[in-house]
Write a protein that binds this ligand. Structure first.
Ligand code: PAF
Length: 280
């Protein structure tokens, strides 16, 4: 596995792949890798001849008072995991390689769906995400890029960016990797206490219960989500949002067929997110 530190070396590596007619898949990450990231790597390996992963904690997607400084940085462990997963190259830039001028003078603004769900609690977060992802796409020039469906809003915002800014690549969404009792894998799970870990799978149970009740159609969507939130709050969660939307994250209308239920809730100090797509 080749470790690449600079934008110039990355461009050289990319041209070599192009000269050999090899297709490149890209997995952008902020490091602190777990099985969920490795499932993105596996999906990427099925999409292309070469896989490159970036490990970069992007400062512009963290708000004031958020955990940029304390975000776990585990470079050596991450490199070992990627080596074992047979990744071809890993890009581990310093901030100056990605942001020649910091703070950047020119940024990308995410579309309207960035203001709902997670974006409500984190203003500017998705602008930071689309800014760094567009920079990484310009540097890597991948044929395909893989993102997890667990961060469904992020995936949707990035799909819109690719369409609206005419990026020439395919975005591949990868289904959520789950641990025991269907708990969605996340770096944050390791910060749960043993008691919170026992409770955490209730989140997925709430999603399946909301799905079943929507399909039964005996209550309105508002009634269903309000009840489910109240249940979770009683169990010890602090629900930020629990919403059913159309799959493109617009409000459900009588003709919406592809729906998604999305949740964000805090358990102690840990914020968990998850979602479930379904058809009706
Ligand atoms: O999902 C993440 O880890 C980050 O938001 C991403 C896409 C790597 C951009 O920094």
């Amino acid at each position: 596995m080749k470790q690449i530190l600079t934008a110039q070396d990355l461009r050289d590596w990319r041209s070599e792949q192009r000269d050999h007619g090899l297709k490149v898949a890209f997995v952008p990450t902020m490091g602190n890798l777990h099985e969920g990231h490795l499932s993105l790597v596996k999906a990427a390996q099925q999409q292309a001849d070469r896989v490159i992963v970036s490990l970069f904690v992007n400062p512009t997607q963290f708000g004031v008072g958020e955990d940029f400084d304390t975000y776990p940085r585990t470079l050596d462990e991450d490199l070992d995991k990627l080596q074992e997963a047979k990744v071809d190259a890993v890009f581990t830039p310093a901030v100056g390689e990605v942001y020649p001028v910091y703070p950047p003078r020119v940024t990308v603004t995410a579309g309207a769906i960035s203001g709902i769900l997670c974006g409500r609690a984190r203003p500017g977060h998705f602008d930071g995400v689309v800014t760094v992802v567009s920079k990484l796409f310009n540097l890597v020039e991948p044929d395909v890029a893989c993102f997890g469906e667990k961060d469904y809003q992020q995936l949707s915002v990035i799909r819109e960016m690719v369409a609206d800014l005419n990026f020439n690549l395919k975005i591949h969404g990868v289904p959520t990797e789950r641990a025991a009792y269907k708990l969605a894998l996340s770096s944050r799970n390791s910060r749960l206490t043993p008691k919170e870990r026992e409770l955490a799978p209730e989140l997925y149970k709430a999603l399946t219960s909301v799905r079943e009740q929507c399909l039964q159609g005996r209550m309105t969507i508002d009634q269903i989500t309000r009840r489910a939130s109240e249940n979770l709050n009683q169990l010890g969660f602090t629900v930020d949002y629990l919403e059913v939307l159309s799959h493109d994250l617009t409000p459900v209308t009588p003709s919406s067929r592809k729906l998604i239920v999305l949740i964000a809730a805090k358990l102690g100090s840990v914020r968990l997110i998850d979602n479930l797509q379904f058809d009706r």
